[in-house]
Design a binder for this molecule. Structure first.
Ligand SMILES: Cc1cc2nc3c(=O)[nH]c(=O)nc-3n(C[C@H](O)[C@H](O)[C@H](O)COP(=O)(O)OP(=O)(O)OC[C@H]3O[C@@H](n4cnc5c(N)ncnc54)[C@H](O)[C@@H]3O)c2cc1C
Length: 289
C-alpha cells in the first residue's frame, strides 16, 4: 500500500525547484515513476508530495546542435530507441535503450530518471560514457554542466543537490570513423553486465579506442588505462590483454556479489564481453555509425 500522495505539476524548472525547496525531504521528483513507485510500494522510500516534472516542455526535447545530440531528461527509453537522430548519431545507445527491461518499462521510464537513480544495473550510462556525454543540472538559481563520469558518484548517488533537476544530456558524436558496440548479459530483465566499446581500426590495428563497463560494481566506469594499453594492438592481441587485466578491472570496477551474479563471474565475463564487443566493432558495430 502507498500512503496518499499529493501531486504537484510544475510547468517550469523554477516552479519545480521552488516546490522541492518548499517541501524539502517530503517531496520527490517524479518522472516515469518506474523506480519511484517500486520504492514507495515496498516501503523503501517516504514521500508525501510528488513533483511531476513531465509537464516541463524542455525536458521532452531531442535536438542536434553542432553535431552533438541534446536529449531532455524526460525522454523515454522507447522514444530514444526509435529516434532516427539517435539511431544515426549514437547507434549503440539506441541499441542499449532497446534492451532496457520490457516495452512497458521503456515506455514509462525516462533517461533522466535512469541516470538520476544511478542503479548499478543500468544500460544507457555505460554507452553514454564512451560518447563523453555531459549533463546539465538546474534549479531556481541557474544551470551547470558536468561530465557524466563526474555526475555518477557512487551506487544510487549522483552529483544532484537538493532542489536540483537533471535537465538534459548532451551526447557528442564519436570521433570520425569510430564504430561502436554495446553488449549485455542478463538472466532477468535488469542487466548482469553491460560493456560498450568504440574503436577506429586501421589495417587491422586499433587506432583509437574507448571502453566502458557497467553493472559489475557500484557505477559505470570508463577504462582509460586499458584503452591506452590496447591502442595500436591488433584485435587478437587486444583480446588477450583484455582477458589478462583482471587486477586492473577488479580495482577499478570493485565487483560485488549480488542477485544477478557473483563478483567473480561478472569480472571474468567483463574480459570476455569486452573482447566480443571489440570484435563486433572491428566488423561493423551495432549499426552503421
Ligand atoms: C522491472 C524493471 C526492469 C528494469 N530493467 C532495466 C534495464 O534492463 N536496464 C536499465 O537501464 N534500467 C532498467 N530499469 C530501470 C528503469 O528503466 C529506469 O531506472 C527508469 O527509466 C527510471 O526512470 P523513471 O523516469 O521511471 O524515473 P522515476 O522512477 O520517476 O525516478 C527515479 C529516481 O530519479 C529521480 N528523478 C527522476 N527524474 C529526475 C530528474 N529529471 N532530475 C532529478 N531527479 C530525477 C526520482 O526522484 C527518483 O529518485 C528497470 C526498472 C524496472 C521497474
Amino acid at each position: 500500500m502507498i500512503n496518499p500522495l499529493k501531486l504537484v505539476q510544475p510547468t517550469t524548472i523554477q516552479e519545480a525547484s521552488k516546490a522541492l525547496a518548499e517541501f524539502g525531504e517530503k517531496a520527490k521528483i517524479y518522472a516515469g515513476g518506474a523506480e519511484l513507485m517500486l520504492l514507495l510500494r515496498n516501503g523503501l522510500l517516504d514521500a508525501e508530495i510528488l513533483v511531476d516534472v513531465k509537464q516541463i516542455t524542455r525536458l521532452h526535447q531531442v535536438s542536434a546542435d553542432n553535431g552533438a545530440l541534446r536529449v531532455g531528461a524526460c525522454v523515454t527509453h522507447h522514444a530514444l530507441e526509435k529516434n532516427s537522430m539517435v539511431r544515426e548519431h549514437a547507434p549503440s545507445l539506441a541499441y542499449a535503450e532497446s534492451q532496457v527491461a520490457n516495452v512497458r518499462v521503456r515506455n514509462q521510464g525516462t533517461l533522466g530518471g535512469n541516470l538520476s537513480f544511478n542503479d548499478p544495473h543500468s544500460d544507457p550510462g555505460t554507452v553514454l560514457l564512451i560518447h563523453n556525454a555531459s549533463v546539465t543540472l538546474g534549479n531556481g538559481k541557474g544551470e551547470r554542466r558536468m561530465a557524466l563520469s563526474d555526475f555518477f558518484v557512487d551506487m544510487y548517488a549522483t552529483a544532484l543537490e537538493a532542489g536540483d533537476l537533471l535537465l538534459e544530456v548532451e551526447i557528442p558524436p564519436l570521433p570520425a570513423r569510430m564504430k561502436s558496440s554495446y553488449l549485455r548479459l542478463h538472466r532477468y530483465q535488469r542487466p548482469t553486465l553491460g560493456v560498450a566499446a568504440g574503436a577506429r581500426m586501421n589495417n587491422g590495428a586499433i587506432e583509437e579506442v574507448r571502453l566502458a563497463v557497467g553493472c559489475v560494481g557500484p557505477k559505470a566506469e570508463r577504462l582509460a588505462a586499458l584503452e591506452t594499453k590496447i591502442q595500436g594492438a591488433r584485435l587478437s592481441g587486444a583480446k588477450r590483454i583484455l582477458a589478462e587485466e583482471k587486477t586492473y578491472l577488479r580495482d577499478l570496477l570493485r565487483p560485488v556479489d549480488d542477485l544477478l551474479g557473483s563478483a567473480a563471474y561478472k569480472l571474468y565475463m567483463t574480459g570476455v564481453l569486452l573482447g566480443d564487443a571489440l570484435e563486433q566493432v572491428a566488423q561493423e558495430g551495432n549499426l552503421e555509425n
